[in-house]
Design a protein around this ligand. Structure first.
Ligand code: NAD
Length: 487
């Protein structure tokens, strides 16, 4: 078995197929965004390995389906507990792999990964019910039946958290799984596979294929042996996956990008508004939900800007393993160049940069400064496209209609933040805002019972509670007649 020591832990660099570690001829070098440290040569899968994994998952499906929600729940509960027992280790290796803050991984992200598994297992046992109803004496009986093999494709910005957000409901629904994690962040998926063995999960129920999107990912999404595709990532990739899924009419769910608005009304508490605005730099701006368009009422814009710059200037950038650090590096040099490119082109077009605007020269490496672009043209790419870095744009408005029009004038619809001191005023704005999630005077409160997903180009479908099972399961109605019985 090929493995590599990361933070003192043995991490296999091979695929996990039918409970076995399988290597590939081709490998991809994995390095840490923190300091370029080598983190192993990971297998690069293609059609052959994808076939093996999908076949294994199909072979394991009937027995997993027949275990029922309670039988599966026992194994999933052990898995959730194992994640909790390994929070520190998972946090260490995830931070090395994607550069996000260690303390966030320990206190929030990894416990949440465990919750993702436990919550959906419990929901399948306790909440997935629909009262029978009658039609002319016939009873209608709704069930959520396991559908087959779910192909799960995930990005690098919150690797294990986003993977378990799919793995939890898919396995709880009775599907078996083939996961393709992002090529830049394979570590926690590999460690997680070992935890499924310790939890006693039968062989073939959970499989991981490492590899490039255009090879392993493409082979997986066009495979006729899968019953579902759940994808989190960018819009251009989603379009390719939709085309691949079309051939087999495989059902898809997409959680995609955003260019969400954070609206500060004239009656807002500016201390709260600026604190929430600074939080949009979380995870070095690599958060799909970030409110990257700050839309501020003209009458409070000057005060807002001064306070925002004062607070954002205090953000401590540096090594994400250090407790005091508030912002780590970007994920990869290609991603850093993409972010820098957006800002450079905005500068060439005359945009005013009032904070940051360049890589952090003092730190070097992959660090980019928190940046605020003041009043760019609302038609410019920096105001319209997802940058996925620590770059916010600010615009002003003079009335509610203008704020709403500006907020909705985007191809995305993932999230929105509204800051106001008056409930009715906030409600007037939220009513016609187009977004899957709206936060009023808060940010990032997420409950697994709530629907989550994007409108417009930010996604297709909703996850959370029963919405997740509506996707992973085959929802069935069995109509039973009152007559015809011989017993
Ligand atoms: P990406 O689309 O480049 O890659 C995501 C995954 O898709 C990776 O595993 C990649 O290997 C795979 N992939 C790439 N090409 C493929 C293909 N042709 N077929 C199948 N799979 C393929 O996205 P990224 O850069 O890794 O992630 C950033 C994006 O993810 C941003 O747009 C961000 O907004 C979005 N995101 C959305 C959410 C959400 O919940 N809405 C959460 C996190 C990230």
């Amino acid at each position: 078995m090929k493995s590599f020591q990361v933070a003192g832990i043995d991490i296999s660099t091979c695929h996990f197929i039918n409970g076995e570690r399988i290597s590939s001829e081709q490998t991809l070098k994995n390095t840490s965004p923190i300091d370029g440290q080598f983190l192993g040569d990971f297998a690069l899968g293609d059609t052959k390995e994808v076939d093996l994994a999908v076949n294994a998952a199909n072979a394991a499906f009937p027995a997993w389906r027949d275990l029922g929600p309670h039988g599966r729940g026992e194994i999933l509960e052990r898995l959730a507990k194992l994640i909790e027992d390994n929070v520190e280790t998972l946090a260490q290796i995830e931070t090395l792999d994607n550069g996000a803050l260690l303390r966030s991984h320990i206190r929030g992200v990894m416990p949440r990964a465990a919750a993702n598994i436990r919550f959906f297992a419990e929901w399948a046992s306790n909440n997935l019910k629909h009262e029978p109803f009658e039609t002319r004496g016939h009873s209608n009986n709704v069930s959520w039946d396991p559908s087959g093999v779910a192909a799960l494709i995930t990005p690098w910005n919150a690797p294990l958290m986003l993977a378990t957000w799919k793995i939890g409901p898919a396995l709880a629904a009775g599907d078996t799984v083939v996961l393709k994690p992002a090529e830049w962040t394979p570590l926690t998926a590999s460690f997680f596979a070992d935890l499924t063995v310790k939890a006693g999960m039968p062989k073939g129920v959970f499989n991981v294929i490492f590899g490039l999107g255009e090879q392993a990912g493409a082979a997986l999404t066009k495979h006729p042996g899968i019953s579902r595709i759940s994808f989190t990532g960018s819009v251009p990739t989603a379009k390719k996956i939709a085309r691949a899924a079309a051939d087999n009419l495989t059902p898809i769910t997409f959680e995609l990008g955003g260019k969400s608005p954070l609206i500060v009304l004239e009656d807002a508490d500016l201390d709260l508004a600026t604190t929430l605005a600074v939080e949009q730099y979380d995870n070095a701006g690599q958060v799909c939900l970030s409110g990257t368009r700050l839309l501020v009422h003209q009458s409070v814009a000057d005060d807002f800007t001064k306070l925002f710059i004062k607070k954002a200037s205090l953000i401590k950038q540096g090594d994400p393993r250090v407790e005091e650090t508030q912002m780590g590096p970007q994920i990869h040099k290609d991603h850093l160049s993409k972010i820098a490119g957006f800002v450079e082109r905005a500068k060439e077009e005359g945009a005013e940069i009032v904070l940051g605007g360049a890589p952090n020269e003092h730190l070097g490496g992959l660090y980019y400064q928190p940046t605020l672009v003041m009043k760019p043209d609302t038609k410019s790419e920096i105001f319209r496209e997802e940058i996925f870095g620590p770059v916010l744009c600010m615009q002003t408005f003079t009335n509610d209609d203008q704020a709403l029009n500006m907020a909705n004038d985007t191809e995305f619809g993932l999230a929105a933040v509204v800051v106001s001191g008056k409930r009715e005023h906030a409600a007037k704005i939220t009513k016609n805002l187009v977004a899957g999630t709206i936060w009023v005077n808060c940010f990032f409160i997420r409950d697994l019972r709530a629907p989550f997903g994007g409108s417009k180009k930010s996604g297709i479908g909703r996850d959370g509670g029963t919405w997740s099972f509506d996707f992973y399961a085959d929802v069935k109605n069995t109509v039973i007649a009152p007559n015809g019985w011989k017993e």
